[in-house]
Design a protein around this ligand. Structure first.
Ligand SMILES: [Zn+2]
Length: 377
């Protein structure tokens, strides 16, 4: 349960008791916001009166700011990682997906009718497990994105973007990158659907800290992160992909120390569960987890069947791949698998780090509710 915070009643003598609707103030934990940005839109599930219609949701970033209406999406729309509201008028729910402001840890949301009247009887229920209350999530993580594999990375990036499916790209051997390498990678990131990740500097755990910090800093120094990894001028790198499927407690502790949120370890090392890993209190990030397989090692039929199984069970489908080992021909197994997976309205297409920052945020946000029918906030 979330605490109610406080109720705020405002009597405006000039305008008398004009109903402005239900307003909510959302406040993030300041430390969590600083450490991890909380840069992915979170989906707040509100109860709205049954049989309502024509509702609008507006937000503003500060008490003195202006309200902006959120874009309404409907269930046939394909969208991921954006601000939007989707209503289920039949069951009386509003799924409100909102980003925190760039420069503040709090914001306001209000519900009004199309005619401008306030809407009463709105209640915050909970965060949805997956963005926009999707049934399941689809996560793809690419290992071994480097100079030698650059053209494969580029082809992979174009393929994912053309299909509207997010992928997390793990860069490695970054000591070999030239300015041109970084520029080529940047252009693919700017094209969308790519979440950068570290796959270590050397691909070998050569040093005590496994290059965890150095690789993070190298990426942040040379790339402009996508908007979902940025808060104001501060940039975040959430995802670490363990080289050679190696794992140790020392590595996990380093990954946590450098404020990554998630550590994935190849495949076959651990049992694939397709569920959120739990928080690791000792190392300060989520527990390491595993992928179902590498795409190049399984058949199209096998991949599709695993996706169907995870989708039906409401799980997180998580597949790894090495871009240089996959056929990118349109009739190759992996592009055909993406065709099978893509464009589903009940699936959340999301990078691995974005998935986990969503999870983290929903566990670390205080909801202070300012709920008034006479709101001038
Ligand atoms: Zn690798």
């Amino acid at each position: 349960m979330f605490s109610l915070g406080f109720y705020y009643f405002f009597f405006n003598k000039r305008t008398s008791l004009i109903s402005r609707g239900s307003t909510f103030r959302i406040v993030a934990d300041a430390t969590a916001r600083f450490d991890y940005g909380l840069t992915y839109p979170l989906t707040y599930k509100f109860q709205i009166p049954l049989s309502s219609s024509g509702i609008q949701v507006w937000k503003k970033d500060s008490p003195g700011g202006s309200y902006i209406q959120l874009t309404e999406k409907t269930s046939p729309d394909i969208f991921n990682g954006i601000e939007a509201v989707r209503f289920d008028y039949t069951l009386g729910y509003a799924y409100v997906s909102i980003l925190f402001p760039q420069t503040s840890d709090s914001f306001y949301v209000k519900f009004i009718r199309n005619n401008g009247d306030g809407l009463t009887g709105v209640t915050f229920l909970n965060f949805t497990q997956y963005y926009d209350n999707r049934v399941s999530a689809a996560v793809f993580t690419m290992d071994d994105c480097g100079v030698v594999q650059l053209s494969d990375f580029e082809t992979a990036s174009d393929t994912f973007a053309s299909k509207g499916v997010w992928v997390t790209a793990g860069f490695f051997h970054m000591g070999d990158f030239t300015a041109e390498t970084w520029e080529n990678i940047q252009s693919k990131i700017d094209n969308g659907y790519i979440e950068p990740a570290s796959h270590s500097m050397s691909h070998l755990p050569m040093s005590d800290d496994f290059n965890v910090g150095e690789s993070r800093q190298t990426i942040l120094d040379n790339l402009t992160m996508p908007p979902l990894n940025k808060k104001g001028s501060k940039e975040y790198l959430f995802a670490w992909i363990t080289p050679l499927s190696k794992y140790s407690e020392v590595m996990q502790a380093k990954v946590g120390e450098y404020k990554y949120l998630t550590n994935v370890a190849g495949f076959g090392t651990y049992v694939y569960e397709g569920i959120f890993p739990v928080w690791d209190e000792i190392s300060g990030l989520y527990e390491h987890w595993d992928r179902y397989a590498f795409a190049e090692s399984v058949s199209l039929a096998t991949m599709n069947a695993q996706f169907d199984s995870d989708h039906a069970a409401g799980k997180i489908y998580h597949l790894g791949l090495h871009p240089q080992n996959v056929s990118w021909r349109a009739d190759g197994d992996f592009p055909l698998h993406l065709d099978y997976v893509k464009n589903r309205t009940d699936v959340w297409y999301v990078g691995m780090g974005h998935l986990m920052v969503y999870r983290y945020a929903t566990e670390h946000i205080k909801i202070e509710i300012i709920n008034t029918n006479f709101d001038e906030i």
